[in-house]
Write a protein that binds this ligand. Sequence first.
Ligand code: GLV
Ligand code: MN
Ligand code: MN
Length: 411
Amino acid sequence: MPSLAINIDRLLKDIDALAEFTTGEGAGVTRVTFSKEDRAARAYLRQQMESAGLAVSEIPPGIMLGRLAPAGSSDPPVMSGSHIDSVVSGGRFDGIVGVVGALEVARTISENRVLLRSPYEVVIYPEEEGTRFGAVLTGSKAWSAQLSAQQLSSMRDSDGVSYLDAMTAYGLKADDLERHMFRRGRAKTLLELHIEQSVVLEQERIQIGVVTAIIGIRGFDVTVSGVANHAGATPMPLRRDALAGAAEIMLELERITRTLGAHTVCTVGQIACSPGARNVIPGEVRLSVDFRDIEKLDERWKRVLPCIDEVAGRRGLVASISPKASTEPVALSATVQDLVEQVARHRGLSTMRMPSGAVHDAQVLAPLVETGMIFVPSRGGRSHCPEEYTEPAQIEQGTNVLLDAVMALAA
Ligand code: GLV
Ligand code: MN
Ligand code: MN
């Protein structure tokens, strides 16, 4: 039988505490990168990590680290963590379970005076959701030099503040980006605990998901241009209604995507209609398109793409497509998958191997370090909404699996 166990009550207190750091607008949690709520969440986590004996640091592009190292060891650490930013009106578990799970593992190791051979490091990423600066996985991409300082200076929030300026105002220097860059060899292994955000584990009554691969994204903005005109005086055959065209494009994107792979998904999540008046035919509409797949991502997007021009052309509209953030799908380490499965089974927990349809910072770093992920069930598969929920017992199981895996990797 495994001898150590995490303290779920302590971990649940962390979840409750972090959920308080929200703008308070609307239901659920809204906490964006480098905001005052983010600052408060970081201060709380710093205090928790320091009390557990971790050496805490914050480095550009806003990564927070808590390190537990055997005296004199400069070996690459086993790392675990996730993100603390949220979507607008999101849940209290997305990202947070991986952050407080990694913290709780550190506390358990520390208070039991477990002697690790490799250091253990908690990692907290900024801007995973892209809520403030518009692109998912920005923190991990900038940390691993997949986004340059120049790109960070051109990513702006809705008030026109750049990522770089917000980061500098937070107290981190752009000049230090290079020095702290995550390079191959920086870590021994990376493990992320996360809620599943779908229904598979719940429906299959499985306790632990062993993640095999993480989906990739092609993101686009589509601007549909028509002619703004009088809503009463313009007969139906003479209209060039950008919104009606955008609606047909959305339905076509959905219809074609359904004919592709089992993991192919396409979402229009934002729509801006101009001029946006009851009595004016819409002249211009901008849609965000988030197209994802585990495999054949570009090949399948090319099957979907022609419908945009086809619909626009048929309706006398013009569509222009501009690429937004793009992320590659990745396969996770088979060795780490085997280990997670083995430690979960040793605790008598049921497991299944599964891909992730959500993106995670782990996939950005996976080409540079052996990487794995552990999923725990999400009630009703709900996520990115206030209804997001995972049972305490399920979080406890996942965190104990993380503890065992970290101890095996760092021993
Ligand atoms: C983030 O959670 C995403 O998958 O977009
Ligand atoms: Mn998310
Ligand atoms: Mn997440």
